[in-house]
Ligand binder design. Structure first.
Ligand SMILES: [Zn+2]
Length: 170
């Protein structure tokens, strides 16, 4: 595993068993693709071509000769999976700056959007009145706002990072 790579350049390819993990890595700001219908060899090639670390739960896949950088994920649970990635790759999470900097649905970097008339016409009136921070995904063509859902996610991650600190050997 190449350790000299700065964190922000670390990119992932999650196999089809790791959808939930992929979503959480995107929320944390990591470029993570999650191809659903791809054969083993194509998966390995794509990871190598795009310089991505392959995250996989597939014990057969990791035995292949042409495998590049990879991390074998042991757990079935997303929290533990995320922990495996953070510890295994010694990720230094620049929390909370990069939080929500990518669309969790499609992996596209999101754009911070000011509260303007375009927003006014694109979100429900109550949301426009009560929210101040918006981001836009140019691929999904959707606006997201930092409402209660995001607050819950943030709390979950804070909780999770705290757990990590308190149980360094877990
Ligand atoms: Zn999107």
């Amino acid at each position: 595993m190449k350790k000299e790579k700065p964190n922000e350049e670390i990119k992932f390819l999650a196999d089809r068993m790791l959808g939930r993990l992929a979503k959480w890595l995107r929320i944390l700001g990591y470029d993570t693709i999650y191809p659903l219908d791809i054969r083993d060899l194509a998966l390995l090639l794509r990871a190598r071509q795009e310089n991505r670390i392959l995250l996989t739960r597939d014990t057969h896949l990791i035995l292949r000769k042409n495998i590049g950088d990879f991390l074998f994920i042991k757990s079935d649970l997303w929290k533990e999976q995320l922990q495996e990635v953070i510890k295994g790759l010694q990720l230094n999470l620049s929390f909370p700056n990069r939080l929500f900097s990518r669309c969790s649905v499609c992996n596209t970097p999101t754009l911070n959007i000011g509260k303007d008339n375009q927003i006014k016409n694109s979100v429900p009136p109550y949301v426009f009145l009560t929210q101040n921070e918006f981001v836009y995904c140019p691929t999904c063509k959707k606006y997201y706002w930092k409402g209660t859902h995001w607050q819950r996610i943030k709390e979950k991650i804070q909780e999770f990072l705290l757990d990590n600190k308190e149980n360094p050997s877990a």
